[in-house]
Write a protein that binds this ligand. Structure first.
Ligand code: 5RP
Length: 225
């Protein structure tokens, strides 16, 4: 099975999990990326059962609207029942690295609000220790060099994602070689650097359910299991 087929398979499994739990006023949170794009495509059949969606990117909003799904502002939504999103890396504690698609800030906000965060990925994203995937950090443009120097002093090697501007008008630094043996502390430390908007570690708010697609099908990981 190709990587894309696995992504489609896990997205469909997420839909099977969510569908029987939908109620008249359910608000769905929708992430960003190629795995979530399969989820959005499958969601089209359920458009009449969904009250509204909040989305973590302009691209996902566009895809949802194309299918006739109402996309509302998070301030209007108030609460989000399920948040479905992909990841660049996940460990067995359901802690994640996200932001490969550059949507990490809105993703972290929706994850914080969501009652249940369902992460969907193919098996290759499961790692014993986070950090092989360069950690995305969204920065205010004028602070880019300052943040890069601070992160270098913390042992990381920052690389500017040149030419990329986030939906919030900011820049991304991808941090290589950062020691993430204690990802909770690193998430908090990075948040302290002036000019950092958000970092791609999802540890304070990890996923509640991780669906992983592999050659044997889709399996579910829960925290503490
Ligand atoms: C976007 C993300 C994505 O969830 C992450 O990059 C995974 O993407 P894909 O499903 O394309 O592998 O965090 O900011």
């Amino acid at each position: 099975m190709t990587a894309d087929e696995l992504k489609k398979q896990v997205a469909e499994a997420a839909l099977r999990y969510v569908e029987p739990r939908l109620e008249r006023d359910t608000v769905l949170g929708i992430g960003t990326g190629s795995t979530v794009n399969h989820f959005i495509a499958a969601l089209g059949d359920l458009r009449d059962n969904i009250d509204a969606a909040v989305s973590s990117s302009e691209e996902s909003s566009r895809r949802l609207k194309e299918l006739g799904i109402s996309v509302i502002d998070l301030n209007t939504a108030g609460s989000v029942d399920f948040y479905v999103d992909g990841a660049d890396e996940a460990n067995r504690h359901l802690q994640l690295i996200k932001g490969g698609g550059g949507a990490l800030t809105r993703e972290k906000i929706i994850a914080a609000v969501a009652k249940e965060f369902i992460c969907i990925a193919d098996e290759s994203k499961l790692v014993p220790v986070l950090g092989k995937f360069p950690l995305p950090v969204e920065v205010i443009p004028m602070a880019r060099s300052h943040v890069a120097r601070k992160i270098s002093s913390m042992g990381g090697v920052p690389v500017w994602r040149d030419g990329f501007v986030t939906d919030n008008g900011n820049h991304i630094l991808d941090i290589h070689k950062l020691d993430l043996l204690d990802p909770r502390t690193m998430e908090a430390q990075l948040d302290q650097v002036a000019g950092v908007v958000c970092n791609g570690l999802f540890v304070r708010r990890a996923a509640d359910r991780l669906l992983l697609a592999g050659a044997q099908g889709v399996r579910t990981l829960l925290p503490g299991a």
